[in-house]
Ligand binder design. Sequence first.
Ligand code: ASP
Ligand code: MG
Length: 462
Amino acid sequence: MIVMKFGGTSVQDKAAVRRVIEIVGRETRPRLVVVSALSKVTDGLLEIARLAEQRDAVAAGKAVRALQVRHVELAGVVGAAELRATLLKELDATFAELAAMVGALGVVGEVSARSRDTIVATGEVASSRILAAALEDAGQPSRWLDPRELLVTDGTHGAALPDRAATDARLRANVQPQLEAGRVGVTGGFVGASAEGLTTTLGRGGSDYSAALFGAGLGAQEIQIWTDVDGMLTADPRVVEAPRVVSRLSFDEASELAYFGAKVLHPSTILPAVGSGIPVRILNSHRPEADGTWIARETARDAAGPAAIACKRGLTRIDIASTRMLMAYGFLRRVFEVFERYRTSVDVVTTSEVSVSVTIDDRRSLDAIVGELQAFADVTCEEAMAIVCAVGEALRSDARLATQVLGALEGLPLAMVSQGGSRKNVTVVLRDADVTEAMRRLHRRFFEAGPTTAERTALATA
Ligand code: ASP
Ligand code: MG
């Protein structure tokens, strides 16, 4: 079986839902469909909770009705009168419950984390009900499965921790029989319930996490994350003209890239899947024929080069040279204690016997940090710096790649060079002004031999 997860934009309107129906219908394996709230709905529900908290019952009530109208409109995607009537009744009940709750909370003016979860869960409950009915309507026997009966969590409202064993038992009891009966299971992501039956949520963007937990629990063959981009790219399209889709990534590579803002999905959310050896595929619901990106625990990439390059801009470099403490142990500890005290995280570090250079992103405490460091070191800062980094498993096995990275950057002043301990990346720090040039050179060097993404898609769809 497989898990197919669709994000908020994949169900935002009728056209999007029709695309989902087609994608799910084309699949022949038994499948559990996991869906997010319609796009912007979770934000809207959080806003409703805020309005209730401010005792603005009128505005809260209005916002609830607006959300209801949007869902009812989308329910029009269901053609068969009887199916649609049932769906509308369900949606009515869901939103009546929400309105009653928001009305009551609006009087008290107090919204607990527990109440907020119940409010926010409405988004995934409603979207999954609509999708289940729409699939059934399209001739695909489906069964809506209440996410509060599948995902068992602890009681940490807003950031609940899943209870894997309890969830797996629920999956076996509630999902397995539906799949065996030839029905498509449809449920909402992000939402669960504690053992006591109180509604919980996993934290923003949690639907990917739900999909991974469900896939792991059901022993899925793969987990598909359907979104509105082609997958992970070889470089940020705002910096490099024609990045390509990375066809395969290891989990570690994906984690490195996520740190650089590859926002397609957060790797920690798919950890349950990857931990169980289940590959995760990122696919584009606008172009289902494209291959997307596979993420697996390990990946044997045929190409010997890096998987992708990435950059992070607007950093500050701090050079810290030991004076009195020359050669003394404890120097690094003293340095990093200062950063810790000011809760400032350090991105890249390079060291020598008598000095250490670091980059930081968050400059809020820079003056204070420098002040404290100066008590025992000479400190100089340089602003407008950036990290450029090549990521890939191959960097570990093929020492020549680091030389090639540096070679491609010849002539650009490099402030720091680091090959990580895991050696899955080579990182350089240079002036922000040189980032575009550096990224373009690296991209040309490692990725621009074959056809571009656009060309490959044209070939694939021709
Ligand atoms: N609807 C939730 C959110 O917007 C969960 C998700 O979409 O993954 O955060
Ligand atoms: Mg998301």
